[in-house]
Ligand binder design. Structure first.
Ligand SMILES: [Zn+2]
Length: 286
């Protein structure tokens, strides 16, 4: 099995940059290794690409590390496997992306949101990376953390500028994400009662456990949520699956990928000026 390289930055891909041959088919990207599966205590990882842009090395994994064989629910989930690799790599900055549905009536498909808040409605996701590691006999320092500034303000600012540059019609520099368990989309009543009425702007399925595990391993996290459909019952019911997913990806996966890469290119993995890491500490339960 391959050894995980020491790399400071990671891109956790999602449906928003899927099928765009990310990152190898983008300008100025130098691929160092492609489609490498790493051994983890949770099973083999999804294939990672190790690449470089503007002198910045990064690891990239598609679709949150979910494959035909790897689920997003515990045990041995995509999140546990991906973060074992990122932890071993020493990653300090993580960029994520996902398609989402709107639950705010102000949003339209192709709007992009750089979130500054989230509410976790999932029920089957791993909640603590250190517990997952300990269940496999891996020794790890237990950390506790606050979720103040869960989204890194510095990374988010850089991502916002680059998503704007990539050509999205409207980009919002704040917004609250509701994380649904899925895999089904939401009913109209769920969208209205659980999300819209609660002040949630967009609904997605894969921000969790990434945002928790990032802080646990000591990495900043930011993401771009791209609206691909109206939430059920929200504004219009005329959309179809092909329009919201495959046709949508054909238009927006490349701009999403370019924005992620432009952000990697200007990210200093060693910078801690954002202060995110002051919100985690060694657990007293250790
Ligand atoms: Zn930060």
């Amino acid at each position: 099995m391959s050894e995980v390289p020491k790399v400071g930055i990671a891109v956790i891909g999602g449906s928003a940059n899927m099928n765009a041959k990310f990152p190898e088919d983008f300008p100025s990207v130098e691929v160092l290794t492609k489609d490498v599966v790493y051994d983890t205590p949770f099973g083999a990882s999804a294939p990672f690409t190790h690449a470089k842009i503007n002198g910045r090395e990064f690891l990239s994994v598609p679709f949150h590390g979910i494959t035909n064989y790897i689920k997003n629910t515990e045990p041995n989930s995509a999140g546990e496997r991906v973060f074992y690799v990122l932890w071993k790599a020493g990653v300090k900055k993580i960029l994520g992306t996902a398609l989402c549905g709107s639950s705010s009536r102000l949003l339209d498909p192709a709007d992009a949101v750089i979130p500054d808040g989230f509410v976790d409605y999932t029920t089957k996701r791993c909640q603590a990376f250190y517990r997952a590691l300990e269940s496999k006999g891996v020794e790890v320092e237990r950390t506790s953390y606050r979720l103040h500034q869960a989204f890194c303000p510095e990374l988010s600012k850089s991502l916002y500028m680059n998503v704007k540059k990539a050509g999205f019609p409207r980009v919002f520099q704040r917004g609250v994400v509701g994380v649904a368990e899925g895999p089904h989309l939401e009913s109209p009543d769920e969208v209205r009662i659980r999300y819209t009425n609660a002040g949630i702007d967009v609904v997605t399925m894969n921000l969790v456990p990434e945002i928790y595990f990032a802080r646990e391993i000591g990495a900043c996290y930011a993401c771009v949520e791209v609206v691909s459909n109206y939430g059920e019952g929200c504004v219009s019911t005329t959309w179809e699956g092909k329009m919201a997913f495959s046709d949508f990806q054909a238009m927006w996966a490349r701009p999403t990928g370019q924005a992620l890469l432009d952000t990697v290119a200007e990210t200093d993995p060693e910078s801690d000026e954002c202060g995110c890491m002051t919100y985690r500490w060694k657990s007293i339960f250790g």
